[in-house]
Write a protein that binds this ligand. Structure first.
Ligand SMILES: *[C@@H]1O[C@H](CO)[C@@H](O)[C@H](O)[C@H]1NC(C)=O
Ligand SMILES: *[C@@H]1O[C@H](CO)[C@@H](O)[C@H](O)[C@H]1NC(C)=O
Ligand SMILES: *[C@@H]1O[C@H](CO)[C@@H](O)[C@H](O)[C@H]1NC(C)=O
Length: 311
């Protein structure tokens, strides 16, 4: 019996946290990654711009997605991290309308919107470099369009974006993104700087929270007390039944005290409950019976307290 109890306890303590912790680390939350070289944990979710909540205005300076000046490219870029841009796209060139809400980076030129990548929430590490890429944007300008007699190639290339993320160690520094280069109007390189690209320790890696550790210690202490106390009362003091529980008299006294306090509180609260008035008027006949019982409780309590004072 005791063996079964012990093995079930061991089972309880071992299953929920310790074994799943290892599995969880493999399936990370979206937009998070652990560096393979330094074991630091990176969470880019805080720099993902979200549309303002219904009826609320976005925080000053945080309206819309992130912007990067195009300089000599002749267009400015609008980009979000790990999610689609906040702005609603209305006329994207060479991209199925189903994907317009998935576009994570785009630019506008001559009144047309060009997507340069669809959302991707899986950053990767290339050595020590944190990289996020978006693929599947608008079609790249194809060479075959210059020689229109050639059939368009089957695997048309789509605009792609690669963002290299750098750690901005000044915690007051703002996140920023700047345009580095575009190759053949097809592949776009950016450099992002952010305090969130510096990594940190992952809060969730600990299998048990400090509170959980404390709880386990308390549980073990209570078990040792109960089992050790039982063994002592049984073998040394030769007690049987409930009396073999350790410090039976003390616990029984505490139990009685708690019961009495409960009775006092409930009976005095019941007296002040306004809703009781209507009820008691209807059940006037029972009033005496109820009062009698309450008096009984109070008398018993006073007797108990007297007993305890005598002890
Ligand atoms: C890009 O943005 C800058 C200001 O941020 C503006 O002066 C410039 O005209 C924009 N360029 C294009 C092509 O829209
Ligand atoms: C596009 O977004 C929808 C939800 O907004 C999502 O269910 C779908 O998987 C996304 N598609 C791609 C290719 O990311
Ligand atoms: C783009 O990111 C995916 C994961 O999100 C990765 O598998 C792929 O190698 C990356 N491609 C490039 C060109 O960086």
């Amino acid at each position: 019996m005791k063996l079964a109890f012990f093995s079930s306890l061991v089972f309880l303590l071992s299953t929920p946290d310790f074994s799943t912790a290892a599995e969880e680390s493999k399936s990370l939350k979206p937009c998070t990654i652990r560096s393979p070289t330094t074991d630091r944990f990176f969470n880019l979710n805080p720099i993902r711009r979200e549309p303002p909540e219904e009826g609320k205005k976005a925080k000053e300076g945080e309206e819309g997605s992130w912007h990067a000046k195009g300089h000599d490219y002749g267009a400015n870029f609008t980009i979000n991290f790990c999610g689609p841009v906040v702005e609603e796209l209305t006329h994207v060139v060479d991209l199925s309308k189903d994907y317009w809400k998935n576009v994570s980076a785009f630019y506008e030129r001559d009144g047309e919107q060009y997507a340069i990548g669809l959302e991707n929430s899986e950053p990767v590490f290339r050595g020590r470099k944190l990289v996020l890429n978006y693929t599947g944007g608008s079609l790249c300008p194809s060479k075959s369009s210059l020689h229109s007699h050639e059939a368009p190639s089957e695997d048309e290339r789509r605009k792609t974006t690669v963002i290299s993320l750098l750690c901005e160690s000044d915690p007051l520094a703002k996140t920023s993104i700047s345009f580095v280069a575009a190759v053949d109007d097809c592949v776009y390189f950016f450099e992002g700087r952010s305090p969130f690209a510096c990594g940190g320790v992952e809060a969730e890696t600990q299998a048990l929270s400090p509170g959980g550790v404390f709880g386990v210690i308390v549980l073990i202490a209570v078990l040792v007390y109960l089992i050790g106390g039982c063994v002592y009362q049984r073998t040394v003091m030769h007690q049987r039944g409930w009396r073999q529980l350790p410090n039976y008299a003390m616990w029984a006294g505490i139990g009685r005290f708690v019961m009495d306090m409960f009775i006092i509180l409930t009976s005095s609260c019941a007296r002040f409950l306004p809703s009781r008035r209507g009820y008691s008027r209807v059940s006037l006949g029972h009033e005496n019976g109820r009062r009698g019982r309450r008096n009984d409780d109070e008398n018993r309590l006073i007797d108990n307290l007297d007993e305890e004072w005598d002890d």
